[in-house]
Design a protein. Structure first.
Lengths: 117, 110
């Protein structure tokens, strides 16, 4: 159980275009999902918390107008990178928590590799 | 502020050479400490959750232990397929957002 999928697994786009990444919890519901960014050989950097039915909460330094997050249902969150530029190229990973005991275990998607030319 | 420090940053082992990875943490009111494995180009894969000091969990060649200040991930007789980055995270206090360490990159040579 506790499977999270992401689509697409990789995407290449031209500078100035927008790219949408989907994150789905396949066998459980998640009122909250998290979006991370990871640079090569570095750890996860939390970008934002996606909240079902309400606005996302962004971490300090993350441009909310550039990284649009929509959590339209209990199993789907989307991250749209608007007007992408080469510096937005990165590995984007989502996670969804599943409560076990008193703690939320995060289950991660397989990640999306974004390359902006 | 919650803090997680993992050591060493990188570890090279020969196949069969047992070792341990360390995760030191500072958190107010620990609810859970998590270990993940991440292969290159993939999302982290959940391994263990530890809830209180003294708790231990095992899975194949991996054993995770927890004290009030740190956790160890013991790898017994590792194989090359155990090569990966191992991430530690904690959740506690008033936040349900986990704090991750930088990870330990493990390479096991045949």
């Amino acid at each position: 159980g506790a499977v999270v999928s992401q689509h697409p697994s990789w995407v290449i786009c031209k500078s100035g275009t927008s790219v949408k990444i989907e994150c789905r919890s396949l066998d459980f519901q998640a009122t909250t999902m998290f979006w991370y960014r990871q640079f090569p050989k570095q750890s996860l950097m939390l970008m934002a918390t996606s909240n079902e039915g309400s606005k996302a909460t962004y971490e300090q330094g993350v441009e909310k107008d550039k990284f649009l997050i929509n959590h339209a249902s209990l199993t789907l969150s989307t991250l749209t990178v608007t007007s992408a530029h080469p510096e937005d190229s990165s590995f984007y990973i989502c996670s969804a928590p599943s409560r076990v005991g008193e703690a939320d275990t995060q289950y991660f998607g397989p990640g999306t590799r974004l390359t902006v030319l | 502020e919650d803090q997680v420090t993992q050591s060493p940053e990188a570890l090279r082992l020969q196949e069969g050479e047992s070792s341990s990875l360390n995760c030191s943490y500072t958190v107010s009111g620990l609810r859970g400490l998590f270990w993940y494995r991440q292969d290159p180009g993939k999302g982290p894969e959940f391994l263990f959750t530890l809830y209180s000091a003294g708790e231990e969990k095992e899975k194949e060649r991996l054993k995770a232990t927890l004290t009030k200040k740190e956790s160890f991930l013991h790898i017994t007789a590792p194989k090359p397929e155990d090569s990966a980055t191992y991430l530690c995270a904690v959740e506690g206090g008033g936040s349900y957002i986990p704090t991750f360490g930088r990870g330990t990159s493990l390479i096991v040579h045949p």
